[in-house]
Every structure is written in structure tokens, then in C-alpha cells.
Design a protein around this ligand. Structure first.
Ligand code: AP5
Ligand code: MG
Ligand code: ZN
Length: 218
């Protein structure tokens, strides 16, 4: 049985953090639209040029662009055992577009996990985040430091960066934009009996225990 998953959650809720654990244990490809846009921007591709004006300010990239890259990605062979969508869908139009894709590809969704965190906690999570330049592993200056200071746990690199959209003004706008869309999306998947809620205000390991319990019960 394939494991076709969505991780929902506001900016900073911990989607990327939990995705690393899920990929390690369940071996499904991690498909993060945010990561795909950032990679395209750093490579200066046409997609990157289209996305940059939106992502830098924390606005949503237009649905037709985002739907297009997800469709292309889900078509690839490595999604046969399943996939983990992180940060997609984010609008009801995207949810409908995804539903068409999964129908066409005969890859029905197995579960949608919503990482639920009070928006008040999220500014601190985003302002303290830093990321390994080489492998993309995510850390936090208070909640998730590398085991050896200054050295990535995953790849051993010593270079880290902060995201352009983690600056205060962009964070404010990202939260505003995403809070608005979050409730209808949750209802959308609740209505389809696919939604699992996880309390994302707990520590990283506790959240993972809950996520893992859900996945191992599917
Ligand atoms: P994207 O990259 O998806 O950003 P986001 O949704 O804002 O979410 P983040 O990646 O910031 O947060 P996360 O939930 O992954 O948290 P993380 O695990 O890193 O999208 C970026 C942009 O691309 C969008 O703004 C938009 O412009 C565009 N885009 C992407 N998808 C799109 C779409 N579908 N449609 C249109 N546009 C789209 O954790 C955050 C921090 O907290 C880390 O430092 C981490 O160490 C720490 N942390 C994690 N969990 C915990 C915990 N339980 N306790 C304490 N600290 C924790
Ligand atoms: Mg992320
Ligand atoms: Zn690394």
C-alpha cells in the first residue's frame, strides 16, 4: 500500500521538521513547494523568476504556477511508494487541483496531518530558525540546536543561513495570508474523512511520536 500524505500547518508549525522524520522512517519523497521555489530562485530558473516577488514578501505564488510544478513532480516514478506533500495545497483551488491529479494518477490520499499551533508561538519559531546551506536541515536557536555547535547533525557542514522570508515584515504577512486559508482547508479534508490533528505546540519529539502513531495506524 502506498502512503500518500499531506502535511498542513501554518508557517513555522513544524512541517519541514516533521517531514525529515517521516522521510527517514517511511521512505517517501518529500515534496515541499516552498523548497522547490527556493531552489528555483537560487538557480535563477524561469520558475524562480516567477516566484521570487511572491515568496520574498510572504504572498502566495499564483495557483496555476504552483499546481503545475506539483503535477510535474507527482508524475515522477519515485512517488510510486507514496509521497509527502509539505505546504501544498494551501488554497481550496489547489486542493481541488490536487484531487484531480490524484484521481488521474490513481494515487488516492491516505491521510492529511494538520500540525496545529497557536499563531502567537510562530513568530518566535521563525525568527530563531536557521538552515544548513548544504543539506537543508532545519534548526532553531532555542529549540533545536545541532548536537555539536556550528556543525550540521546530518551532513557535517558548518554553513547555515536564514530565510529571506523569515524577516519580521515578511513573517507578519505570511501569517496573515496563511491563517486566512487554513480553516477552510482543514474543513475540506475533515469533510473527506482524511484529517488528523496533531498538537504542534509540544516539543519536536512529542509531536513526532503523535505523527508516527497516526502513520503506523494507517
Ligand atoms: P514554505 O517554505 O512552505 O513556508 P511556510 O509554509 O511559511 O512554512 P515554513 O517552512 O516556514 O515552516 P514549517 O512548518 O516547515 O516549519 P519548520 O519545520 O521549518 O513556503 C514558502 C513560500 O513559498 C510561501 O510563503 C509562498 O510564497 C510560497 N509557497 C509555498 N507553497 C505554496 C503554495 N502551495 N501555494 C502558493 N505559494 C506557495 O519549523 C520552524 C522552526 O521551528 C524551526 O526553527 C524548527 O527547528 C522549529 N520547530 C519545529 N517544530 C518545533 C516544535 N515542536 N517546538 C519548537 N520548535 C520547533
Ligand atoms: Mg517548511
Ligand atoms: Zn547539513
Amino acid at each position: 500500500m502506498s502512503l500518500n500524505l499531506i502535511l498542513l500547518g501554518l508557517p513555522g508549525a513544524g512541517k519541514g521538521t516533521q517531514a525529515q522524520f517521516i522521510v527517514d522512517k517511511y521512505h517517501v519523497p518529500h515534496i515541499s513547494t516552498g523548497d522547490m521555489f527556493r531552489e528555483a530562485i537560487s538557480n535563477g530558473t524561469p520558475l524562480g523568476l516567477k516566484a521570487k516577488g511572491f515568496t520574498d514578501n510572504g504572498n502566495l505564488v499564483p495557483d496555476e504556477v504552483t499546481n503545475g510544478i506539483v503535477k510535474e513532480r507527482l508524475d515522477k516514478d519515485d512517488t510510486k511508494p507514496g509521497f509527502l506533500l509539505d505546504g501544498y495545497p494551501r488554497t481550496l483551488d489547489q486542493a481541488d487541483a490536487l484531487s484531480n491529479m490524484t484521481d488521474e494518477l490513481s494515487k488516492p490520499l491516505s491521510a492529511v496531518i494538520n500540525i496545529d499551533v497557536d499563531p502567537k508561538l510562530l513568530t518566535e519559531r521563525l525568527s530563531g530558525r536557521f538552515i544548513c546551506k548544504k543539506c537543508g536541515a532545519t534548526y532553531h536557536k532555542l529549540y533545536h540546536m545541532p548536537k555539536v555547535p556550528g556543525t550540521c547533525d546530518v551532513c557535517g557542514s558548518h554553513e547555515f543561513y536564514q530565510r529571506e522570508d523569515d524577516k519580521p515584515e515578511a513573517v507578519k504577512n505570511r501569517l496573515k495570508v496563511n491563517v486566512k486559508m487554513n480553516t477552510p482547508l482543514i474543513s475540506y479534508y475533515q469533510d473527506r474523512n482524511l484529517l488528523f490533528n496533531v498538537d504542534g505546540s509540544k516539543g519536536i519529539d512529542d509531536v513526532w511520536k503523535n505523527v508516527d502513531n497516526i502513520l503506523s495506524s494507517l
